[in-house]
Design a protein around this ligand. Structure first.
Ligand code: NAD
Length: 501
C-alpha cells in the first residue's frame, strides 16, 4: 500500500478499508494528495446496519438534554481540531486559508451549537380540543427520530454543508450514514475522529466514501434500511436520488442548484453594491450555491457598476492557498473546469462581450496542472443566453441593464431555479416590495450570505425541496406521533378560572 494519506470508511466506530481505492487529486497543482477507500455495497450495508443497531440501543433512548450536551462537546472538539480540519479542507479544495478558517471551519462548530440550542428549547405542539358536542381532549405531538438518515453532500463547502445536516439529525436522535463528495473526502473522515473523541456512540455517525452512480451514493440512496435522504448538490442528481428512494417511498430534503440574481437599482449605494456583488460573484471561486451569476443593473448606473465590478475582478489574486495575498482558489477539479470553460466558449459563441477574464490564467509551471480559471464578467447577454439560464458554478456573471422595477422583477424571476436573490437599493419601501416578490427561498437586501442559523434555508423550483435551519430542520429529521387523550366531562377549562367576587 502506498504511503499516501489513506482515507477509510467509518462504520460502527471503526475505520474500515474499501472495496477499491481511488486517488484524490489536488486542484491546486494536480498532484495526488490522498487515496480514498471506496465503499462497496457491502460496506454501505454494514454502515446502515450499524446505524440501525445504534437506534435500537442506548442512543435510541437518549434524552434531549444528553444530546444537546453531546452536540456542544462535538463543537468543542471541532474547535480543538480546527487546524487539522483546515489543512484537510485546503488539501481537497485549494481554498484560501483565510476563507477556509472563517467560513468553513468556524461554521462547522456553530452548526452543532445552533442545533443544540434548537433541540434544547423545542416544545411540543399541543392543543386543548373542545368539540360542539361537549367532548374534550388534549392533543400533543411526540417527536420521534426519522431513523437512519442518509446524508449525501457536495464538494464546495464540504464540512460546513455536512455538519449543517448532521447536527440537526443527531439533535433529533437519528443515526446517520454520511456520503461526502468523492472530491472532498478528507474533512468527513476527520469528523469521524471528532465524533469518537466527543463520545458519540458507535454506529450513530458512519462515513462511506465513493462516487454517485454505481458507487456508495447510489448504494446508500437505494438501501431499503435508510429511512430518508438529506441531499445537497446538483438538481439533476436530486432527480436521480428521488428515483432511487421512490420504490421504498422515503422522504427527501433537497438543497439543490441555483442561478441567483442580484438587482441593483440606481438609488443603491453603488460602492456598497459593487463590494457586495463582487463577494457574491467570486467567493469560493463562484462555487457556492448562493453565488450570484445574473446581475441586473438599472440603466443610469449600468456603466459605473460594470466598471466597478471589473476593477474588483482584476484585483483578485489567484494562487497558493496559504499565501496571505491569495483571495481566490482553483475550481474543484479538471473535470469541473472543463465544464466551466465550455460555458466561457459558449457565451462568446452566443455573442457575449467579455468585460474581464474569459479563459485559463497562466500562474506559472508549479500550478499549471491545477484547475485554475479567470474570474469572468460578460455584457451583451440576456435571459435567452445559455450562461444566463444554466448554473455554471464558477466565478462568472452576466451583467444586464434594465429599466424600472417591474422589468427587474420579471428578469430576476425568469429562471427555473429559486434559491437566493440580492436587492441593492436605499429605498426602504422598494426593498420590502421587491425582496418579497423574488421567487426564491432567501432574498437579501443590501447584503449577501448573511445567515442567521435559526432562519429557514432552502429553495423553490429546481433549487430544492424543504427548508433546513433552526426549528425548520426538525420538520425533516423528526416525525411526530400525535397522542389524543380524551378528557372527562366537567367544567370547561377557564370556567372556574376566576375566584368569586
Ligand atoms: P453533485 O450533485 O454532482 O454531487 C453531490 C453528491 O451527490 C456527491 O457526494 C456525489 O457523489 C453524490 N451523487 C452523485 N450522483 C449520485 C446518485 N445518482 N445517487 C446518489 N448520490 C449521488 O453536486 P456537486 O457537483 O458535488 O456540487 C455542486 C452542486 O451542489 C451545485 O449544483 C450547487 O448549486 C449545489 N449546491 C447546493 C447547495 C444548496 O444549499 N442549495 C449548497 C451547495 C451546493
Amino acid at each position: 500500500m502506498s504511503r499516501q494519506v489513506q482515507l477509510r470508511n467509518f462504520v460502527a466506530g471503526e475505520f474500515v478499508a474499501g472495496t477499491a481505492v481511488f486517488d484524490k487529486v489536488s486542484p491546486v497543482d494536480g498532484t495526488v494528495v490522498a487515496q480514498v477507500h471506496e465503499a462497496g455495497a457491502d460496506v454501505v450495508d454494514a454502515a446502515v446496519k450499524a446505524a440501525r443497531a445504534a437506534l435500537t440501543g442506548a442512543w435510541g433512548r437518549s434524552r434531549v438534554a444528553e444530546r444537546a450536551a453531546l452536540l456542544r462537546r462535538i463543537a468543542d472538539v471541532i474547535e480543538d481540531r480546527a487546524d487539522d480540519l483546515l489543512r484537510a479542507e485546503i488539501r481537497d479544495t485549494g481554498k484560501p486559508e483565510k476563507q477556509a478558517r472563517e467560513l468553513d471551519i468556524g461554521r462547522a462548530a456553530l452548526n452543532f451549537r445552533a442545533a443544540a440550542d434548537v433541540i434544547a428549547s423545542a416544545g411540543l405542539d399541543s392543543f386543548l380540543t373542545e368539540l360542539p358536542d361537549g367532548r374534550r381532549a388534549l392533543n400533543y405531538a411526540v417527536p420521534k427520530p426519522l431513523g437512519v438518515v442518509g446524508v449525501i453532500v457536495p464538494w464546495n463547502l464540504p464540512l460546513l454543508l455536512l455538519t449543517w445536516k448532521v447536527a440537526p439529525a443527531l439533535a433529533s436522535g437519528n443515526a446517520v450514514v454520511v456520503k461526502p463528495s468523492e472530491e472532498t473526502p478528507s474533512s468527513a473522515t476527520l469528523l469521524a475522529e471528532v465524533m469518537a473523541e466527543a463520545g458519540v456512540p458507535d454506529g450513530v455517525f458512519n462515513v462511506v466514501h465513493g462516487r454517485g452512480p454505481g458507487s456508495a451514493g447510489e448504494f446508500l440512496a437505494t438501501h431499503p434500511g435508510v429511512d430518508g435522504i438529506t441531499f445537497t448538490g446538483e438538481s439533476a442528481t436530486g432527480a436521480a436520488i428521488m428515483r432511487s428512494v421512490a420504490p421504498h417511498v422515503r422522504p427527501v430534503s433537497f438543497e439543490l442548484g441555483g442561478k441567483n440574481a442580484a438587482v441593483v437599482f440606481a438609488d443603491a449605494d453603488i460602492e456598497q453594491a459593487v463590494d457586495g456583488l463582487s463577494r457574491s460573484i467570486f467567493t469560493n471561486t463562484g462555487q457556492v450555491c448562493l453565488c450570484t451569476e445574473r446581475v441586473y443593473i438599472e440603466e443610469p448606473v449600468f456603466d459605473s457598476v460594470v466598471a466597478g465590478l471589473a476593477e474588483r475582478a482584476r484585483e483578485l489574486r489567484l494562487g497558493d492557498p496559504y499565501a496571505a495575498e491569495t483571495t481566490t482558489g482553483p475550481l474543484i477539479s479538471a473535470a469541473h473546469r472543463a465544464k466551466v470553460v465550455s460555458y466561457l466558449d459558449r457565451a462568446v459563441a452566443e455573442g457575449a462581450s467579455v468585460v474581464v477574464g474569459g479563459g485559463i490564467p497562466d500562474l506559472g509551471p508549479d500550478l499549471a496542472a491545477g484547475a485554475w480559471i479567470e474570474p469572468t464578467l460578460w455584457t451583451g447577454v440576456d435571459n435567452t443566453s445559455t450562461v444566463m439560464r444554466d448554473e455554471v458554478f464558477g466565478p462568472v456573471a452576466g451583467l444586464v441593464p434594465f429599466t424600472g422595477e417591474e422589468e427587474a422583477i420579471r428578469l430576476a424571476n425568469d429562471t427555473a431555479f429559486g434559491l437566493a436573490a440580492a436587492v441593492w437599493t436605499t429605498d426602504l419601501d422598494r426593498a420590502h416590495r421587491v425582496a418579497g416578490r423574488m421567487h426564491v427561498g432567501m432574498a437579501w437586501v443590501n447584503t449577501w450570505y448573511l445567515r442567521d442559523l435559526r432562519s429557514p434555508f432552502g429553495g423553490m423550483g429546481l433549487s430544492g425541496i424543504g427548508r433546513e435551519g433552526g426549528r425548520h430542520s426538525l420538520g425533516f429529521y423528526s416525525q411526530p406521533t400525535n397522542v389524543c387523550i380524551g378528557l372527562a366531562a366537567g367544567p370547561r377549562p377557564g370556567e372556574h378560572g376566576w375566584p368569586a367576587a
